[in-house]
Design a protein around this ligand. Structure first.
Ligand code: ATP
Ligand code: FE2
Length: 329
């Protein structure tokens, strides 16, 4: 059978990305451009404007990197949700434009499932628990009875948004995660913070208020606050991940999402896995953050759902991981 090459478009939030992958799972190229600010956060219409401005350039970039001609693409996929509506629409429309120009089928995929599937592809993990820690999402996910179930999640904001909110408060700009990580490396002085795990769920808003108050009091060093922030919230994430592994009897842990780039979080996960004789898989940053390759790969897995009736396809900004029926396993 002829090989199918899939082009996948990611645009759920700040990153506009395109990836190209073969149906055997060989990533041919990944290209992206992310919206960044020195101050302030994400504004939905500004994101859409950014994505519209960079989409053609990202397409050229990924085609050049992959050495593939556009007309060798046999399938197009895009991130259908969850995400920010104006940003998602840019991806949908660009995907429709490319698919209809090439007269190839189009399929919409779930962004969270895509994080998990690219992790499985690249690590050869068989049946892992996924700790998905990004800006907007924080979930512990595992497969059970036809669906990726959410075993634990944030009750308020995603861990990345929480970190970014504190970073913004102390004037570090967006994204705050890497800057907080750098500052945290300069301290080993733990300052007590609230530790909020409720059953299998976590919550960050109380910790954020506490951190802001401590910062305003001028009695603490920024490095110490950053260090304590990481130690506290990462311990919370590791605790709920471990509980999900114990509950499901699964022996593998995967990380996904931008916060998973954090070396301290990776280290804490790896220690936990070692202690319970489980395997921990670290992935390159490029596929931890939002990227087109993961969308392309889930497109391949869901190729039977693809259609040329483009009008029937829309975005799903509020789709939850456990709304998706896993038809591809
Ligand atoms: P999603 O749509 O999946 O919620 P997202 O739009 O938040 O994703 P990602 O690229 O997965 O995008 O994650 C971005 C987040 O990751 C930001 O909040 C950023 O601060 C955080 N981040 C990136 N690098 C690090 C790091 N080294 N340490 C901690 N957080 C990090
Ligand atoms: Fe993501």
């Amino acid at each position: 059978m002829k090989e199918i090459i899939c082009l996948g478009i990611e645009s759920t939030a700040h990153t506009f990305g395109i990836g190209i992958i073969t149906d055997k799972g060989k990533v041919l190229a990944n290209a992206s451009d992310s919206f960044k600010t020195e101050k302030g956060g994400l504004i939905p219409n500004e994101l859409a404007k950014h994505h519209n401005e960079v989409k053609e350039k990202v397409l050229q970039d990924v085609l050049e990197k992959s050495k593939i001609k556009l007309n060798s693409i046999g399938l197009v996929s895009f991130s259908q949700g969850p995400g920010i509506q104006p940003a998602l629409l840019v991806g949908l429309n660009f995907a429709k434009e490319i698919a209809s120009k090439l007269k190839v089928p189009l399929v919409g995929v779930n962004h969270c499932c895509a994080h998990l599937e690219i992790g499985k592809l690249l690590t050869k993990a068989k049946d892992p628990v996924l700790l998905y820690a990004s800006g907007a999402n924080t979930q512990v996910i595992a497969y059970e009875a036809g669906k990726y179930r959410i075993f634990g999640e944030t009750l308020d904001q995603g861990v990345g948004n929480f970190i970014d909110a504190f970073a913004r408060y102390i004037g570090l700009g967006f994204p705050g995660g890497p800057k907080i990580e750098k500052l945290a490396l300069q301290s080993k002085n733990y300052i007590e913070l609230p530790y909020v795990v409720k059953g299998m769920d976590v919550s960050f808003s109380g910790i954020l208020t506490n951190l802001k108050r401590k910062y305003d009091s001028k009695q603490f060093k920024i490095e110490d606050l950053c260090y304590s922030l990481q130690e506290t919230v990462f311990a919370m994430l590791v605790e709920v991940s471990e509980r999900a592994m114990a509950h499901t009897g699964k022996k593998e842990l995967l990380l996904g999402g931008g916060v998973a780039c954090n070396k301290r979080l990776q280290e804490m996960c790896s220690i936990m896995c070692k202690e319970r004789n489980a395997k921990f898989y670290a992935l390159p940053n490029e596929v931890l953050v939002d990227n087109g390759a993961q969308i392309a790969w889930l497109g391949v897995l869901q190729k039977n759902d693809a259609t040329k009736e483009y009008d029937k396809i829309d975005i799903k900004p509020y789709e939850r991981t456990d709304d998706v029926k896993v038809t591809w396993k």
